[in-house]
Design a binder for this molecule. Structure first.
Ligand code: SF4
Length: 288
């Protein structure tokens, strides 16, 4: 945490280690002269960063048919993919670099281990999120995604169930949902697979957001983890704004708030957080 005139910037703000690693990986490939570089889906949901990557010839594609130049490299992003898609990519005839976050790979392994023993898998998370789509691929066809408490209550009973979490879930929600599912199973294994960087971010946010007059959450409007962080803050502080750039900030709310806590999602670059923090500091200085 860094603090100046009642403006607190979260220490955990900025890229998580998995995203940082994936970005460094493509930049290194670019420096080595690899061209073109295709990433399977955007590396992160942050327009400022993806625009910058695109200017360097690093292009996000949604399907292999878009990879026209086979002399290039295909990069699997931090979220990971299903084993079936991985096989398809490996047989596509292009150089492949796997930038799946090791902490996501751990979840793949946990799911696979129990699925092979005949367990059903429940993934607590967002069914449309790329990471969750990838995780489902390891369930051997016996996986379901649960997004909320209602859905957990409506589940059938299980002989054996393994419950895992999307790595960026809110821990309290995961534990509540896991508790409900446990009652429905003869044998239940709960694997709390929320990653350590996410837990740290949530702990820090909970500590500072509750005492703030205003929380500024910096991150892409399409970033699920930023939206989830903003929701966590809204449960703790009545004034929360989710912004992608400083242009979206209403000056009055900054001037009228004494204690401001600035945090950011895992896909937000630290330079953007600093830019917004400086903008807020400037506004406050000028209003004195
Ligand atoms: S949020 Fe966690 S698991 Fe996901 S990419 Fe970042 S460090 Fe890895």
């Amino acid at each position: 945490m860094s603090e100046e005139n009642d403006i607190i910037i979260a220490k955990s703000a900025g890229f998580c280690p998995g995203v940082k690693r994936a970005i460094e990986c493509v930049l290194e490939l670019e420096e080595q002269g690899n061209k073109p570089i295709y990433t399977i889906g955007p590396l992160i949901h942050n327009k400022q960063v993806t625009d910058n990557l695109e200017s360097k010839g690093i292009k996000a594609i949604e399907s292999l048919t878009e990879a026209k130049d086979k002399k290039g490299v295909l990069v699997i992003r931090a979220h990971g993919i299903t084993p079936a898609f991985q096989k398809e990519i490996m047989n596509f005839g292009m150089k492949v670099v796997d930038a799946t976050c090791p902490l996501v790979k751990k979840v793949h392994n946990v799911i696979e281990k129990y699925a092979k023993q005949g367990y059903d898998t429940i993934i607590v998370g967002d069914s449309k999120h790329a990471e969750v789509i990838g995780l489902m691929g390891y369930t051997q066809g016996k996986g379901q995604v649960v997004g909320n408490i209602e859905e957990a209550k409506n589940l059938q009973n299980f002989e054996k169930v393994n419950i895992v979490s999307q790595t960026t879930q809110k821990e309290a929600t995961f534990l509540k949902i896991a508790g409900i599912i446990k009652q429905k199973a003869k044998v239940c294994n709960i694997s709390n697979t929320i990653c350590h960087p996410t837990k740290q971010r949530q702990t820090e946010t909970t500590k500072y957001a509750k005492d703030a007059d205003l929380v500024v959450v910096v991150g892409g409007h399409h970033s699920a983890n930023t939206a989830r962080l903003a929701k966590l803050c809204s449960d703790l502080c009545k004034n929360v704004i989710h912004v992608e750039t400083s242009e979206e900030i209403n000056k009055d709310i900054i001037i009228n708030s004494k204690k401001i806590f600035i945090t950011a999602g895992a896909s937000t670059p630290i330079w953007l957080v600093e830019e917004i923090a400086n903008y807020i500091k400037d506004l406050r200085e000028k209003s004195k």
